[in-house]
Design a protein around this ligand. Structure first.
Ligand code: BYC
Ligand code: FE
Ligand code: FE
Length: 481
């Protein structure tokens, strides 16, 4: 029988039978104080004593798994939760296709699995560090709560990976778990592992872009790991995905509300030209071209998180049955990619062309394509808001060759339309495509906190519905006096 309800009798809530697993329970209890130190030092600045209306997972039943209540963040019950086991689950792809899924780490894949778990784990605290100052400029208590909800759940995702490390990777796992608390986003000597997680998240527009674009990389990667033949990892990631949906909701609705407010202000003031940046900014709202620039930045940074288009790491992980494709079990093919090919965008003779590559080595490209298709949906919704307000401006995803640091296009420059340009042209034009210092200063100037229940900063529209069906004036955060 699968365990649905969560055991709260140990200090670490869990559905993995920790009270009968003294070794791992003790290891996690040993790690806990360091985690709390990290949370107090690197988690949300201020607000640690505030009562925040947060959801906590109490079950892994998809029909109802969370309950809402006021919690002080350091007292949040970060738990270890695995999605229910699938009976007789088989490895769904790779060389071991059809063999029983592994309940323990196969020796030959130990290093590979450990590396993936550590990289996944590293992103979780990194994002909390990146977002730690944002409470101070929250545009409403509603938004502040959403920020803190995302933060505590990223903290839980770190716990999820640390559990795997402690339970299945012995001494090495303990060392890695320790180091996950040592690295710091943006640090010169101990940075976080992946590029985008060392960038700043200076304002709320960046935060919404981050949760829309970068948490969505999380979604894609977690989906791929949720296919893993290593069953505990698959189950962990499957439950993380239920939480992830809210993070992307925060991003999508956040940007939608910013766009809506901008359009409303333009309409009210009779500004017809969305590209008249000065006129729009004079209204105290964020102009659409600046939103496009932030979008360009966060989408391109997030594309880098997929690694190189053609990758033997990805092929090896797939062959091993360790990391699959997005919705692997719904794909109709041999799940081994023995002879399949996949089109990959490449540079050839100074042009961007599509080349058929072995599908096995093109797995990062494929996942990145799945990601792009997923990203488009929100863009369509935002454009609908602009369209309904009667403006002709359109937000678009830039070309995958634009502003890249990883993969095929890292050594060239391209416009958002995907036209290759030389360095001099890039330097001359890039301020039209990426946020400038002045853009950042303007957005920063709007970031005045609004802590009165039911009120919203002037640059963002209220949400359509509250969290947990609460009314518009609900006090989502009770600030400590
Ligand atoms: N930055 O074969 P390659 C989330 C390295 S987000 C720095 O091209 P591979 C979240 C790579 O490590 C999801 N280094 O790529 C979101 C390798 O180094 P080594 C996080 C990079 O390995 C928001 C070398 O370049 N989870 O959950 O096929 C808030 C060649 O690698 C980067 C995962 O990423 C980069 N961007 O794929 C909170 C899943 N890209 O080994 C949370 C686990 C590549 O030669 N990770 N490199 O020293 C993976 O599956 C893979 O490691 C990657 C890279 C997809 C990241
Ligand atoms: Fe996460
Ligand atoms: Fe997330």
């Amino acid at each position: 029988m699968s365990i649905i309800n969560v055991d709260y009798s140990t200090r670490i809530p869990n559905n993995v039978g920790l009270s009968d697993d003294r070794r791992v329970l003790r290891a996690l209890e040993g790690w806990h104080p360091g985690y709390l130190d990290w949370w107090r030092n690197m988690g949300p600045t201020g607000f640690q004593e505030s009562l925040v209306y947060l959801r906590t997972a109490y079950s892994v039943d998809p029909r109802g798994w969370a309950k809402f209540d006021y919690v002080r963040m350091p007292e949040y019950r970060w738990g270890i939760l695995l999605a229910p086991a699938e009976e007789d689950r088989k490895v769904p792809f790779g060389e071991h296709f059809g063999e029983p899924a592994w309940q323990d780490v196969p020796g030959e894949y130990r290093a590979m699995l450990r590396r993936l778990v550590v990289i996944q784990g590293d992103t979780e605290p990194a994002s909390v560090e990146q977002q730690r100052h944002l409470g101070q400029t929250a545009p409403s208590l509603y938004d502040m709560r959403n920020l803190f909800q995302v933060n505590v759940e990223e903290g839980r995702h770190l716990w999820a990976m640390v559990y795997i490390l402690h339970k299945y990777f012995g001494r090495d796992g303990r060392d890695e778990a320790e180091e996950l608390l040592q690295r710091r986003s943006g640090s010169a000597d101990k940075p976080r592992m992946l590029g985008a997680f060392n960038e700043a998240t200076p304002d709320w527009l960046s935060f919404f872009m981050f949760t829309y674009f970068t948490d969505r990389d999380g979604k894609m990667q977690l989906h791929s790991l949720a296919q893993s033949g290593f069953d505990p990892l698959a189950r962990t990631c499957r439950f993380m995905l239920t939480e992830e949906a809210h993070h992307m909701f925060v991003g999508e609705t956040g940007i939608s509300r910013v766009v809506q407010r901008t359009c409303e202000a333009m309409t009210a003031a009779g500004v017809d030209d969305a590209n008249d940046v000065a006129a729009v900014r004079a209204l105290g709202v964020i102009d659409l071209p600046t939103i496009q620039k932030k979008l360009n930045l966060h989408y391109s940074l997030s594309l880098d998180l997929f690694g190189s288009e053609v990758s033997t790491n990805a092929a090896n992980a797939f062959n091993a049955g360790v990391k699959g494709r997005y919705r692997e079990t719904q794909i109709e093919d041999d799940h081994q990619l023995r002879s399949a090919t996949y089109p990959v965008l490449k540079l050839a003779g100074g042009e961007i062309t599509s080349v058929e590559e072995p599908a096995l080595t093109a797995l990062n490209m494929r996942l990145r394509d799945d990601y792009t298709n997923d990203c488009v949906k929100g863009i369509l919704r935002w454009n609908k808001v602009i369209d309904q307000a009667g403006f002709s401006f359109r937000l678009t995803l830039p070309h995958v060759a634009f502003h890249r640091q990883i993969g095929e296009f890292r050594d060239v420059e391209a416009t958002p339309e995907g036209v290759l340009i030389d360095q001099a042209t890039w330097r001359r034009e890039k301020d039209r495509w990426l946020p400038t210092r002045q853009d950042g200063e303007f957005v920063a100037s709007l970031m005045q906190p609004q802590y009165e229940a039911g009120r919203f900063a002037l640059w963002i529209a209220p949400p359509k519905v509250g969290i947990d069906n609460k009314p518009g004036d609900f006090e989502y955060v009770q600030l400590a006096s």
